[in-house]
Design a binder for this molecule. Structure first.
Ligand SMILES: Nc1ncnc2c1ncn2[C@@H]1O[C@H](COP(=O)(O)OP(=O)(O)OP(=O)(O)O)[C@@H](O)[C@H]1O
Ligand SMILES: [Mg+2]
Length: 340
C-alpha cells in the first residue's frame, strides 16, 4: 500500500466553493479522520478520493501515481456510507460476495475470502440471514466486510455509525479500529463527533468551511489547538486574555494575545492565596463530573471537577471561590525562569 496524497485540491459545485486548496498526506496503514461541522466539505473530499467527483483543481496521488483522472472502479477503494447501501433482499454472504462476483473471481476464492472477512467481522453465524433481518450494528459489520473483501488499497468511511445509538457507536468504533489494525489498511474516517475522532484516530484533520485548519495526532490537537475554532471543536475551552496572565501565573508570550485552558485544567479552591476570586454562577451535575460556570466580574470561565463519589463537591451557586490553572510543567518552568 502507498501513501495517499491530496495536493492543492479545490472544488466548487457550480459557483459555491466547498473545498479550498486542501493539502494532506494520508500515510500507508494510517487511520486518518476528517473532523468538522456539517457542511464543511468532508463528504466532498471523500468523494474526490473515491473518484466520484473530479476536483475543480488539484491532484490526487497514490504514492507516485497520479490517480486524479482514474475511474472509481479502477481506484480500488472500499466505501462505506452512512446508510450502508446494502442489498436488502440478499443474504449477508451474498452482499459480501457481490463485489468479488462482478470482478469475476473464481468460486473457491470467493468462498475463501467471504469466510475470512465474515469471521473477522463476527458475521459467520449470520451468513444466511437477509439484511432486513439484521440489527443496525450487524448491518454496519456487513457494510465493512463488503468493503474489505475486495482488498482495497484504502477504506473510506463516511459517518458509518450515525444510525447507531450511543452505546453501540462506542462498541462499533472499537471493532472498526480492531479490524483496521488487523488488516493494516489505510483508512479515511469521517465524523463530526470529537470524542469518536479522538478515541480511534492516528491523526485528525480539523475542517471548517472547506479548509483544513489543523492536522495532528489526537493529543496534539487537543493539547495544542492552533486556533480558537479548533480549541472549541475538539472540546470545551477557556480563553485566557493576556491582561489576566499575571493573576493566573501564566508566562507572557510576545506573540500570542491569549491562551486556551481546558475546563479540566482549571481548579476551584477555597484559599484566597490561590488564584482569582470568582463567583459560582451556575453548576451542572453530569455523572462523571461537575461543570461550573464562574465569573470574576469581567471574564467567564468553565471549570470541571471529577465526581470522586459522595455525590457533591460542596460548592453551591452564589459561592465565592478562587480559580487557578493547572499550568503545564513547561509553562511553569518558563515563568519561573523569566521571573528569576
Ligand atoms: N451535489 C452537490 N451540489 C451542490 N452543492 C453541494 C452538493 N453536495 C454538497 N454540496 C454543498 O457543499 C458543501 C459541503 O458539503 P459536504 O457534503 O461535503 O459536507 P459535509 O462536511 O460532509 O457535511 P455533513 O457533516 O452534513 O455530512 C455544503 O454546503 C453542501 O450544501
Ligand atoms: Mg457528509
Amino acid at each position: 500500500m502507498s501513501d495517499i496524497i491530496i495536493k492543492d485540491v479545490s472544488h466548487a459545485y457550480e459557483t459555491e466553493k466547498v473545498l479550498a486548496d486542501i493539502n494532506l498526506t494520508i500515510h500507508s496503514g494510517e487511520f486518518f479522520t476528517l473532523l468538522g461541522p456539517s457542511g464543511c466539505g468532508k463528504t466532498t473530499l471523500l468523494r474526490v478520493l473515491a473518484g466520484l467527483i473530479r476536483p475543480s483543481e488539484g491532484r490526487i496521488f497514490a504514492g507516485d501515481t497520479d490517480i486524479t483522472e482514474l475511474e472509481p472502479e479502477k481506484r480500488n477503494m472500499g466505501l462505506v456510507f452512512q446508510n450502508y447501501a446494502l442489498f436488502p433482499n440478499m443474504t449477508v454472504k451474498e452482499n459480501i460476495a457481490y463485489g468479488l462476483k462482478i470482478r469475476k473471481y473464481p468460486k473457491h476464492e470467493i468462498e475463501e475470502k467471504c469466510s475470512y472477512y465474515m469471521e473477522l467481522s463476527g458475521l459467520s453465524d449470520l451468513r444466511g440471514r437477509k439484511i432486513t433481518e439484521l440489527s443496525g450494528g450487524q448491518q454496519q459489520r456487513v457494510a465493512i466486510a463488503r468493503a474489505l473483501v475486495i482488498e482495497p488499497q484504502m477504506l473510506l468511511l463516511d459517518e458509518p455509525m450515525s444510525n447507531l445509538d450511543v452505546a453501540l457507536r462506542v462498541k462499533m468504533r472499537e471493532e472498526i479500529r480492531t479490524i483496521q489494525r488487523k488488516v493494516g489498511i489505510t483508512t479515511l474516517f469521517i465524523t463530526h463527533d470529537q470524542q469518536e475522532a479522538l478515541s480511534i484516530s492516528d491523526r485528525i484533520a480539523v475542517m471548517k468551511n472547506g479548509n483544513v485548519l489543523q492536522t495532528g495526532a489526537p493529543k496534539e490537537i487537543y493539547d495544542n489547538p492552533n486556533q480558537e475554532f479548533v480549541a472549541n471543536f475538539v472540546g470545551a475551552s477557556n480563553r485566557i486574555e493576556k491582561a489576566v496572565y499575571g493573576k493566573f501565573g501564566i508566562a507572557e508570550k510576545e506573540d500570542v494575545p491569549y491562551v486556551f485552558m481546558r475546563p479540566e485544567q482549571m481548579k476551584l479552591c477555597r484559599d484566597a492565596a490561590d488564584g482569582v476570586r470568582v463567583k459560582i454562577e451556575n453548576m451542572k451535575f453530569l455523572g462523571v463530573y461537575f461543570e461550573y460556570e464562574v465569573s470574576d466580574g469581567e471574564y467567564e470561565y468553565s471549570v470541571i471537577e471529577i465526581n470522586r463519589g459522595g455525590g457533591h463537591t460542596g460548592w453551591t451557586i452564589g459561592d465565592t471561590a478562587y480559580l487557578t490553572c493547572k499550568i503545564p510543567e513547561k509553562e511553569r518552568k518558563r515563568s519561573q525562569e523569566e521571573g528569576a
